[in-house]
Design a binder for this molecule. Sequence first.
Ligand code: HEM
Length: 220
Amino acid sequence: MNLADNVSFHPTPKQFSGIKVSLFLLCVLPFLRLALFALTDRLGANPIEFITRNSGDWTLYFLCITLAVTPLRKWLQWPWLIKLRRMFGLFVFFYASLHFTTFIWFDHFFDLTEMFKDVIKRPFITVGFINFVLLTALAATSTNRMVRLIGGKRWQWLHRLIYLIAPLAIVHFWWMKAGKHDFAQPILLGLIVAALLLVRVVSRFKPKRPQKRFIKISPI
Ligand code: HEM
């Protein structure tokens, strides 16, 4: 079934701006909640652990949201959804930066030598670090100017790194939880990421339906 036959929604530019601003505010909420908890001394007995875990969780959730945009756009035939993908992608980077900053600041007090020793010593942190480097490359090339500079085709290839980043994020999460034999959350998020990647493989082999409108390449 194609849901588009039942759910046809094409916002006017004004409605689209409203949707984008509302979603932006929703995306900032987890950060505001953390800030409020920090200011009101409600981060629990181990505030560093609280912030690291919370920001790590939200990095992963936003990764899933970003990966969900394309399948949703195709399923609903809402071409305008693609224009929200870059914003979600940048929120992945925002929460990953918060996660990484907590680690380098409160775990290592900006001592880079100590930090790299830790990155090498603990494999789950090695994977997280590699992922952060890859995410930084995507964030740095997310502007329209960079699409023009790199060229559309090459840019698309580069941004396919997201298909590596997502499974690596699950490996990072899994490895961290393995020490505590607590696999429920990594399994759930692993299944969500696997499903989001699988729909792409399936849609590649499906005969193409004509799209309602041509979409120009847009950064994640
Ligand atoms: C795409 C990038 C990343 C994602 C998606 C991610 C995600 C996560 C998640 C989901 C957790 C577990 C949170 C929980 O227990 O609920 C976590 C924990 C952790 N991550 Fe990451 N992470 C990323 C990058 C990094 C980087 C760059 C570092 C440091 C170099 C890092 C260091 C850590 C540490 C130390 C913990 C464990 C905190 C603890 O034991 O309390 N992560 N991460």
